[in-house]
Design a protein around this ligand. Structure first.
Ligand SMILES: NC(=O)c1ccc[n+]([C@@H]2O[C@H](COP(=O)([O-])OP(=O)(O)OC[C@H]3O[C@@H](n4cnc5c(N)ncnc54)[C@H](O)[C@@H]3O)[C@@H](O)[C@H]2O)c1
Length: 276
């Protein structure tokens, strides 16, 4: 999608962190922004204007909808409201996510379930409701935020990693379905970053050669990927080599390298903010 001016972008989980920065970077390209988030305080009448100041400073419009992506009927109702108040969207960014770090048995079954409900089913819900509109558009794009843990194991984050692996392969499969049906005008970008400085992974130990990303750096790469219709965003640079290393090294050697780089114990001291 070469020209983003006047396109409408819907971002789930856009009230803070990576989602908010994605909103700012799309706004900088002249896009109008729709933020959908669970966080009611973001939409509080007194707050909302100041919360979206950074977005409206670019001279674009911004709308906010309080939405829990795990609730299919809420997604259906929100689409109706958006169609009435804003019109059809051009770009859908599935960014909302949660993580609960800790040993598998120390995480409650409700937390495991919520991880899949938000990170995986939430994406399915959004796509199921909005895909037809994107197909009906002349040119549109889907951005699904996965994680580097979608292709390499994350001890003490097992359900998080697998929820993101689902998003990744869901996106790859859907992209091919779209192409097969002649809908190549619907672009797809899968974003798989390592750790980003939002607080979601507070306490984690950065692996060697994989420094914590800033939201600004990642969001800029995401917007560029949409402009260039790039399928995969892997950041920072070392993450690009992980799938190759995993494919060519025998597992004992891959595990050894993972250990040496500190990749397998990053979550040991996770505090995050989902815990609160
Ligand atoms: N921070 C990282 O290190 C990192 C790394 C890789 C991938 N990611 C992914 O990037 C995305 C954004 O992460 P972040 O670090 O900005 O997290 P964050 O916690 O700062 O922001 C997540 C946002 O999602 C919203 N949200 C949570 N559940 C929701 C629901 N059911 N419905 C609607 N909104 C909901 C929250 O209210 C919040 O505004 C997530 O999908 C995350 O898994 C993050």
């Amino acid at each position: 999608m070469k020209n983003l001016k006047n396109k409408t972008v819907l971002i789930t989980g856009g009230a803070r962190g990576i989602g908010k920065q994605i909103a700012i970077e799309f706004a900088a390209q002249g896009c109008n922004i729709i933020i959908c988030d669970l966080d009611k305080s973001f939409f509080n009448r007194d707050n909302f204007k100041s919360n979206i100041e950074d977005i409206e400073n670019f001279g674009v419009s911004c709308w906010g909808y309080n939405l829990d992506v795990t609730q299919y009927q809420d997604v259906v109702d929100t689409r109706k409201k958006i169609l009435k108040n804003v019109g059809k969207i051009d770009i859908l960014v599935n960014n909302a996510g949660v993580v609960f770090g800790g040993k598998f048995l120390d995480i409650s079954i409700d937390q495991h379930k919520l991880t899949y409900d938000v990170n995986t089913q939430g994406v399915v819900n959004m796509l199921h409701v909005f895909l037809k509109d994107l197909i009906d558009s002349q040119e549109s794009h889907i951005v699904n935020i996965a994680s580097a843990s979608s292709f390499t194991a994350l001890p003490s984050g097992a359900t998080y990693a697998s929820s993101k692996a689902s998003v990744s392969i869901l996106s790859e499969s859907l992209r091919l379905e779209l192409l097969k049906d002649g809908n190549q005008h619907v672009g797809m970008t899968i974003v798989s970053p390592a750790y980003v400085n939002t607080g979601m992974f507070d306490g984690v130990k950065e692996p060697r050669f994989i420094p914590m990303l800033t939201t600004k750096k990642l969001a800029t790469k995401i917007v560029q990927a949409v402009i260039k219709n790039k399928l995969i965003v892997l950041e920072p640079t070392f993450v690009k080599f992980i799938p190759l290393l995993k494919a060519i090294l025998p597992r004992f050697l891959y595990d050894f390298v993972g250990d040496i780089l500190g990749g397998y114990n990053t979550m040991d001291l996770w505090k995050g903010h989902s815990k609160k």
